[in-house]
Write a protein that binds this ligand. Sequence first.
Ligand code: FMN
Length: 232
Amino acid sequence: MDVYEAVGSRRAVRAFTGEPVPREALQRVLSAARRAPSGANLQPWRVYVVDGAQLTELKRRTRARAAAGDPGDAREYEMYPPDLAPPYCARRSTAAAQRYAALGIAREDRRAREKAIAANWDCFGAPTVLFCYIHRRMGPPQWADVGMYLQTVMLLLRGEGLHSCPQMAWSVYHRTVAEIVAPADGLILFCGLSIGFEDAAARPVRIDRAPLAEIVTFADSQPGTRPSARCT
Ligand SMILES: Cc1cc2nc3c(=O)[nH]c(=O)nc-3n(C[C@H](O)[C@H](O)[C@H](O)COP(=O)(O)O)c2cc1C
């Protein structure tokens, strides 16, 4: 699979078959993903992979907490700024509208939306989940490194015919995840990454992106930014 195809075919898949993820494929992916770049090569990611009986137990414990209305553990980071300004708030609501429309869920159907959110605790049926941690002393550049690492993993998974769904939602119940994976001291759970084979029966959702001109400026196309032709 070529790189453009890997990027273009990656989606946040939220319907997996239960078909197990071959351990050798996952090992190939995680081994190759070590080549992801990071400032000063800190490689500030730490990953725990959970499947089988441990994942069943994690899903059970988390579902029980969510069903009891447990609002989650003390947050270790803000998922989003509290006051999302344009254009970000519009992008968020458009993405949600596209997703719920594809699922056939009406805007005012709160219960159906809650059910869709609760599917996070089942990893959308995925048989494997990777939990990505970062040390609490790391700053924004290292969090960006972790993002690059995760995208590398997601693209390599496409090369193996696998799909994934990144899930910050798991950070809400990070203590329950910690009961299962026993992370090293000082780590913060950034997100989960559910991994598996897509359920072909589910309707794929393709979420739009902002047009190129909205996010990229070629400086030489802007008046007043060309370097002066005169020497000073
Ligand atoms: C860091 C990160 C965290 C995310 N957390 C969740 C999540 O908790 N639950 C979920 O269903 N999707 C989650 N997503 C998926 C995004 O909603 C999705 O990537 C976005 O809407 C664009 O859709 P696409 O990836 O299918 O193109 C997350 C994505 C990223 C990159």
